[in-house]
Design a protein around this ligand. Structure first.
Ligand SMILES: [Zn+2]
Length: 318
């Protein structure tokens, strides 16, 4: 499976900052060490063009990012200190999701070892999310007429408010979010399908609710491409999670979601979104579950799924 990664996904943060910046290279190292990822499958993105970001974000937010003129309030809401390196890493990661989306159309599945920054809204950043990478990827592929419709499956424990705002009133993009009802963000603009969960929900209830609701999302959205945001902050003990999935439950969640999407013949882009376990290494190891499952569900390299090829064939037959 081709995976986008850049060493500059990681930037220095102030001592004690809660964002686990080291998880990105740790995940790459785990995937390489376990043979889930071959070095030749690593794809290094460049920084995304500012013009591409304008398809999702408002000029004022992009100007503030480029010029370093965030207000104190904007920076506090973002939760990350502005720096040129932060802007660069955000543009690299956004393009990683765009490139992974192209590869998913060819291979059936591909990944960005970052991204899923679902709290980034058109006019501001929020909750460690600077740019809405999935939004930009969808708009890019729609502009290139590679896809018409997309489905965002957001399994991060926090509601996908940025995605909901980016695609409010857009019938071509279906937003699905299963999340902690009482968790951040406090204001949750409606997704096309929201599945709010009580605090401390465990494996069985979570998997039940996911299975029934995700099928509805697949049936209603009829997408050409799916973005799977496999946030691992649903796991018990997560600093910001408030749910109680076990690691086995996380693995079963990934197997359930990915199998349903694969069964529906849909190409899938895997992105990370959040995770705040005890250490960045543990967070990365939890993110790796999504990749371990993907090799079971989609095969070792994602090759042979041929979603684009089969879609073309289906179109010719139709
Ligand atoms: Zn989260």
């Amino acid at each position: 499976m081709r995976c986008c990664f850049h060493p500059d996904y990681e930037i220095p943060l102030p001592e004690g900052h809660p964002f686990p910046m080291r998880k990105f290279s740790a995940l790459r190292d785990i995937l390489l060490a376990e043979g889930l990822l071959r070095p030749t499958e690593l794809v290094e993105p460049t920084e995304i063009d500012w013009n591409d970001l304008r398809m999702v974000h408002e000029e004022g937010w992009l100007d503030a990012l480029r010029d370093g003129t965030l207000t104190r309030n904007q920076e506090r809401r973002l939760g990350l200190p502005w720096s040129p390196a932060l802007v660069r890493r955000s543009r690299l990661a956004a393009n990683g999701t765009v490139i992974a989306a192209w590869h998913a159309l060819d291979d059936g599945v591909a990944a960005n070892l970052a991204g899923g920054t679902h709290h980034a809204c058109p006019d501001h950043g929020e909750g460690f999310c600077v740019l809405n990478d999935v939004g930009v990827a969808i708009r890019t592929l729609q502009r290139e007429e590679e896809i018409r419709r997309a489905l965002i499956v957001d399994l991060d424990v926090h509601h996908g408010n940025g995605n909901a705002l980016c695609f409010a009133d857009d019938p071509t993009v279906f937003t699905y979010s299963i999340h902690g009802a009482r968790n951040f963000p406090m204001r949750k603009p409606p997704s096309d399908l929201d599945v709010p969960l009580a605090d401390h929900v465990g494996d069985l209830e979570y998997l039940d609710r996911l299975g029934e609701s995700l099928q509805i999302a697949i049936d209603r959205s009829r997408p050409d491409l799916v973005f799977l945001l496999s946030g691992v902050d649903v796991v018990v003990g997560d600093r910001y999670g408030r749910l109680a999935l076990t690691r086995d439950g996380l693995r079963r969640r990934e197997r359930l979601a990915q199998s349903m999407l694969r069964h529906a013949g849909l190409p899938v882009v895997l992105v990370l979104s959040g995770g705040y376990a005890a250490t960045p290494q543990l967070t990365a190891d939890l993110h790796a579950e999504s990749h371990r499952v993907a090799r079971e569900v989609f095969g070792p390299s994602g090759e042979g799924s041929g979603c684009r090829a089969s879609a073309d064939t289906a179109e010719q037959q139709a």
